[in-house]
Design a protein around this ligand. Structure first.
Ligand code: PEP
Ligand code: MN
Length: 288
């Protein structure tokens, strides 16, 4: 790695590749995130009902997803919107895991909830709105569970790296970085997707990097294209919203893929995922 990256990101030095550490592989159940497989995390924005989460889990697993996503504690921009099922949602996620073997990723919004969420989840999601909640990040890191750290919507790549540095400093090296779109002057879409952040992070950081094409654009018809871009940028995986009846979803229905759309996307991505292995090998061997 060029010395200038070390200087540029000196406050996140443990996030950068070094001669000792080229790639972190986060192990979750039988999964390796940051290894050679592209890992798909899929599921609804929010856990709604038992039937909803179990049917989604079974479906996405059949299509190759390895991790089930679903919010039980929801950070909603509107105080009047559905806030999540809380503990009941966590229990439904655990049931889906025991029925399908999928690992569970779900958001934790408050430091007080870390022990409870860590009891049920395999990966703790720190949402965009919490990327600067440093006490939450430290508490989540201290739980020992892997952390999925989403880029804040107003955060630079360096801000994201500094939050990851905090988690590593709290003793938890199992941090997965997630590009989910940022706010810019352009308002055509929900957010502005930044695949250059994925390419940069893959180049300079040893942490696994995933794409969230759903929140990045906010429109289901664009999700497959953004997922493909994430694969091409070198992402280690993606997290994507899926719902059996997107128009009836309790949150983020506009960006949720139907089952058929998810199946179509997974089939479309296959050759790109196959190519990704060869492209990423060009990154191997760069030392700090
Ligand atoms: C989510 O994953 O449903 C979510 C709220 O994401 P973000 O924090 O990226 O907005
Ligand atoms: Mn969502």
């Amino acid at each position: 790695m060029r010395a200038s990256w070390q200087e540029r990101f000196a406050e996140a030095s443990d996030v950068l590749k070094s001669s000792q550490r080229q790639q972190t592989v986060v192990r979750v159940l039988d999964l390796e995130i940051g290894g050679s497989d592209f890992i798909t995390m899929a599921g609804p924005c929010s856990v709604e009902t038992e039937q909803q989460i179990l049917s989604i889990a079974a479906h996405v697993r059949k299509q190759g997803a390895r991790v089930l996503r679903g919010g039980a504690f929801k950070p909603r921009s509107s105080p009047y919107a559905f806030q999540g099922l809380g503990l009941a949602g966590l229990k439904l996620l655990a049931k889906a895991r025991s029925e399908t073997g999928l690992a569970i990723v779900t958001e934790v919004m408050s430091e007080d909830d870390v022990p409870l969420v860590a009891e049920y989840a395999d990966i703790l999601q720190i949402g965009s709105r919490s990327m600067e909640n440093y006490t939450l990040i430290e508490a989540a890191a201290r739980s020992g569970k892997p952390i999925l750290l989403k880029r804040g919507m107003m955060a630079t790549v360096e801000d994201l790296m500094r939050s990851a540095q905090l988690a590593i400093g709290a003793g938890n090296p199992n941090v997965i970085l997630c590009e989910r779109g940022i706010r810019t002057f352009d308002n055509a879409l929900r957010n502005t997707y930044d695949p250059a952040a994925i390419a940069l992070l893959k180049q300079i950081s040893h942490l696994p990097v995933i794409a969230d094409p759903s929140h990045a654009c906010g429109h289901r018809e664009l999700v497959p294209a953004l997922a493909r871009i994430g694969v091409a940028a070198g992402a280690d995986g993606m997290i994507v919203e899926v719902h059996p009846q997107p128009e009836k979803a309790w949150s983020d229905g506009e960006q949720s893929l139907s089952f058929d759309e998810f199946d179509g996307m997974m089939a479309m991505l296959e050759p790109y995922i196959a190519l990704r292995g060869a492209a990423n090998r060009t990154l191997v061997g760069r030392v700090g």
